[in-house]
Structure formats: structure tokens, C-alpha cells
Design a protein around this ligand. Structure first.
Ligand code: AHG
Ligand code: MN
Ligand code: MN
Ligand code: MN
Length: 346
């Protein structure tokens, strides 16, 4: 009755996108944006894998708006991401970790989507060839924020307009995802219904569906925190971490896993279960991770996979960014693990 699935019947990211479009889950414009993002990820993957050969390790010699020493690959991957989005013709505004302020894209002629991204996450790991990634989120332009700025808007009127458009809560996300550059290159995303993973097949340079409708385990005994900051943490959080180490009746404590790349630590948490946390501390009262292009996209994904993303007290998805590079504490992963932590912090 049904055509036998041939062993060579693979589903590429391109076919998958077209099927989402046919099913009206996304429109043709968004398909173009997502396709341009997958191209950027392929290019960054090859740059990362050859960094040591093409003299792309080490620092650029500049400090970004975050106050971080930019790596050469921070700058290059930011350019790759921006160029792919510009040439899509469907991107209206971009906001990046590596751009001081959001940038209006003049090449846009339809769609006008807003794309926020962290072009290279975990870049401190590049010189040691440890997993890194790119993170992105896509918003519809909130029409209300395109006031008529008259014929000759001033520069700061335009800048203010971009910021207003970009600062939207995670709940407004149309799509979000990441690409992890590790032993495999895996593009993981959601366009609103479920989470899907595509592994780059180097044999023919296509992302192939390998993780169909990912669901995060309800619980997991892996915790992922930088315990080097323990002394700076709130006492309630210290108690939580201490109790994870207590073998308890099962005789087995939690395991610690932390590689210092949000994308790598999150991907393991998504597949194996557990909790990743970047708390606020005495030195950084809002923690380190950025709401717009790290915490909100990851929280969008984890919720679509049946997990939870919290700042310790409320859903990350409900937090309305006041400022493009705003930082928030992040606790994300299995529902039971995040809820357990929230009880300690209450
Ligand atoms: P980025 O490289 O994009 O600036 O992000 C780094 C972030 C995140 O990837 C990671 O989880 C965290 O910084 C690690 O911070 P610590 O080194 O302070 O643990
Ligand atoms: Mn950085
Ligand atoms: Mn990052
Ligand atoms: Mn980064």
C-alpha cells in the first residue's frame, strides 16, 4: 500500500522547511530567513574546524560592548551571520552580542523579520577546540513600533526605533534555535511546534534530520553550574547545590558536567535531562547570560521540548527586555529539576 521507505530516503533541513511551509506552520519569507541561517552555520562550522590552520584562533584585540576581549572568530562569525541575513532580503533588523546597538538592514524588501543572535557562543573555548555554538531567535516586526518617523528621521530616532522593535519578550518568538560546533555539527530549532535536530553530513554538506521531535526527560541527575562562583552565591542556592551532592537514600549524588559553552551544556541537558544554571552573584547581580539572544531562545526551545526556563522565580519567556544586552539569571532544563531549585530559592 505505502511506498517502502528506502534506506536512502533522508530528510534534509531544506525538505523539512518546505514541509513546514506546506503545512502553513511557517510562511515563505520565514523559510528564506531560516535557510540563510543554516548557510551561516555551515560557514561558521568550517571556520571553527579550521581555526588553528587559518590563524583564526586568539583575540581580535578589541573589547565588545559586553566588556569581553573579542576573539577573532567572534568578529568573523558575526560578519558571516550578518551577511547571510542581509542577503536573505527578508531581515529588517539584526541584534547581535557583537554589535553595540541593533542594525537596520537596508537590503530588506519583504518579511522584515527581526533576528537576534549570539554568533559564537562559548568563544573562550575556541583555542582549546572545545564545543562552541551559534544561537538565534526570530521575531515578527511589531508593526506598532514603526511610527512614521517623517522624511528625515534623526539617527537616534532610527536607533531608538530599532531598540524598541528588538526588545520583545521570548513569548513573541516565531522561531529559535542553535547550531552546536562539536564532534558533530547539529542544528537544533523550533518553529513553534516541537524541537528538531539536524546533523551536518560532511559528505554532501547538508543538514539531515537526526532528532525528530525531541522531548527533554522530566528529571535528570546532572547539574551544570560554574561552581567556581560558589562563594559569591546566595545562601539558598548554596544549600541547593550542597543537597545535590548528598548521596541520600539512593546512595548516588548528582553528577557535575560543565564545559563553559551554553550551547554544549544546554544540548546535553536537552537530551539527557538535568539542569543548567548561571546564577546571579555578589559581583554580577543579574548573572552573565544575555536575555535576548541566549536565555530567551534557549527557553523557547526547552519549553517546546517539555522543559522549563526560569530566572529562579519566573518564566524567562515572560521577561520583557528593557535593554538589548540585558542580563538575567538562568536556570533551565527538566521540569522537576528547575521546580526543585525554585523551591530552594523561594
Ligand atoms: P559567549 O562566549 O557568547 O560570550 O558566551 C559565554 C557564556 C556561555 O556560553 C557559557 O555558559 C558561559 O559564558 C560561561 O561563563 P563562565 O566562563 O563564567 O562559566
Ligand atoms: Mn562573548
Ligand atoms: Mn553566548
Ligand atoms: Mn558569543
Amino acid at each position: 500500500k505505502y511506498k517502502k521507505k528506502s534506506q536512502y530516503e533522508i530528510q534534509t533541513f531544506t525538505n523539512w522547511l518546505l514541509r513546514q511551509e506546506q503545512a502553513d506552520v511557517i510562511d515563505a519569507e520565514l523559510t528564506v530567513v531560516l535557510s540563510s541561517i543554516s548557510l551561516a552555520c555551515k560557514q561558521i562550522a568550517s571556520l571553527v574546524q579550521r581555526a588553528g590552520i587559518s590563524n583564526l584562533t586568539g583575540v581580535q584585540g578589541a573589547v565588545n560592548i559586553q566588556g569581553e576581549d573579542q576573539k577573532k572568530l567572534d568578529v568573523v562569525s558575526n560578519e558571516v551571520f550578518s551577511n547571510c541575513l542581509r542577503s536573505s532580503g527578508r531581515t529588517g533588523i539584526i541584534a547581535s552580542e557583537e554589535e553595540d546597538i541593533p542594525v537596520a538592514v537596508e537590503e530588506s524588501y519583504s518579511g522584515n523579520y527581526i533576528v537576534v543572535f549570539d554568533p559564537l557562543d562559548g568563544s573562550s573555548n575556541i583555542d582549546a577546540a572545545v564545543s562552541t555554538g551559534s544561537i538565534f531567535g526570530i521575531y515578527r516586526p511589531n508593526e506598532g513600533c514603526f511610527p512614521d518617523l517623517g522624511d528625515n528621521p534623526t539617527l537616534d530616532q532610527l536607533e531608538q526605533n530599532c531598540v524598541v522593535n528588538v526588545c520583545q519578550p521570548g513569548e513573541n518568538l516565531l522561531a529559535a534555535g542553535y547550531c552546536m560546533y562539536s564532534s558533530s555539527v547539529i542544528l537544533v530549532l523550533s518553529v513553534g511546534q516541537g524541537v528538531y535536530g539536524f546533523t551536518l553530513d560532511p559528505m554532501f554538506g547538508e543538514f539531515v534530520l537526526t532528532h525528530d521531535d525531541v522531548k527533554i526527560p522530566l528529571k535528570g541527575k546532572i547539574y551544570s553550574f560554574n561552581e567556581g562562583n560558589y562563594a559569591l552565591w546566595d545562601d539558598k542556592l548554596k544549600k541547593y547545590i550542597d543537597d545535590l551532592k548528598d548521596p541520600g537514600p539512593s546512595g548516588k549524588p548528582y553528577s557535575a558536567r560543565y564545559i563553559g559553552s551554553l550551547v554544549g551544556d544546554f544540548h546535553r541537558t536537552l537530551l539527557y535531562g538535568g539542569i543548567y544554571g548561571y546564577p546571579s552573584d555578589k559581583k554580577s547581580k543579574n548573572g552573565k547570560l544575555r536575555l535576548l539572544y541566549e536565555c530567551a531562545p534557549m527557553s523557547f526551545l526547552v519549553e517546546k521540548a517539555g522543559g522549563k526556563g526560569s530566572d529562579g522565580h519566573r518564566r524567562i519567556m515572560e521577561i520583557h527586555p528593557e535593554e538589548v544586552h540585558q542580563r538575567v539569571p538562568l536556570y533551565i532544563g527538566s521540569v522537576q529539576e528547575v521546580e526543585k531549585l525554585e523551591k530552594y530559592l523561594a
